[in-house]
Write a protein that binds this ligand. Structure first.
Ligand code: FPP
Length: 253
């Protein structure tokens, strides 16, 4: 396992550009998803090799429900095939697999496979591989607040509480958000967790994205100075919050 990216522990990826990639080649949009799903396997392997701790991939947003039924079905099918094909490798590589989002509308067979793989890998200590599926960032924040309020009626909610009540709290903050496909937006992805993330937008359409570019992005971004609102580089957000609290106490006298 390599450590080219010590300060990048959690990478989130918006895999965009599949439709345009296919259209440019006079293929139906879904062909782009098919080619894109092969890229997913390569990037998972590379993230694992590079020693990334968590990789969260946006595979199907809550807004994607409005796409044509045939396209939605293809995306479901690709998830199913990925789980079937990659299960052994996931188990062998100590990867912890999770789905984040509302999957109640997926076929029972796919939900069964997901439940099986999540339970088989629950104690794994390697790469945390999460697919956001049927996921929306605003919905996740509402989910966290509602769960907190149900457990703590009448109590004021803090930032820490929201983090602790997210769908998968152990994922924590995102260090790097990569978006392929040329658009510069976050599209409702992990809105809470990307507060201090570094952003990298590439023109490359997802089916053309390679492990070489992935590694290049991590290397480039790991050289960036992260200050989390301070004036000098700070190791992480937690350190900065502690320093800020100390300063406030001193200044209060
Ligand atoms: C955005 O491209 C991409 C998606 C909506 C789905 C991403 C899914 C995959 C890469 C394959 C799924 C694989 C697994 C393993 C779950 P777009 O269609 O919006 O592209 P466009 O912006 O060019 O139209």
């Amino acid at each position: 396992m390599e450590t080219v990216c010590n300060n990048i522990k959690h990478v989130a990826v918006i895999m965009d550009g599949n439709g345009r990639w296919a259209k440019k080649r006079a293929h139906p949009r879904v062909w782009g998803h098919v080619r894109g799903s092969a890229v997913v396997s390569h990037i998972v392997q590379e993230a694992d090799d590079l020693g990334v701790e968590a990789l969260t991939m946006y595979a199907f947003s809550s807004e994607n429900w409005s796409r044509p039924q045939t396209e939605v079905k293809v995306l479901f099918n690709l998830l199913y095939k990925f789980l079937k094909k990659e299960r052994v490798r996931i188990l062998k590589n100590n990867i912890k697999f999770r789905i984040m989002g509302d999957i109640s509308n997926l076929p029972a067979q796919t939900r069964g496979l997901i439940a099986q793989l999540e339970s088989e890998t629950a104690e794994h200590t390697g790469l945390k591989l999460t697919f956001a599926f049927g996921y929306g960032g605003r919905a996740e924040i509402a989910y966290a607040v509602n769960r907190y309020m149900a457990a703590n009626p009448g109590k004021e909610i803090t930032e820490e509480d929201i983090s602790n009540f997210m769908m998968i709290p152990e994922l924590g903050d995102v260090d790097l958000l990569i978006r392929t496909g040329g658009d510069h937006r976050v599209s409702n992805f992990m809105l809470w967790q990307i507060a201090y993330a570094e952003m990298f937008f590439t023109e490359t359409k997802w089916p053309d994205f390679t492990v070489v570019e992935f590694r290049y992005i991590l290397e480039q971004v790991s050289k960036r100075e992260r200050r989390f609102g301070a004036v000098a580089p700070v190791e992480n957000l937690k350190t900065n919050v502690e320093v800020a609290r100390l300063n406030q106490r001193i200044l209060r006298g």
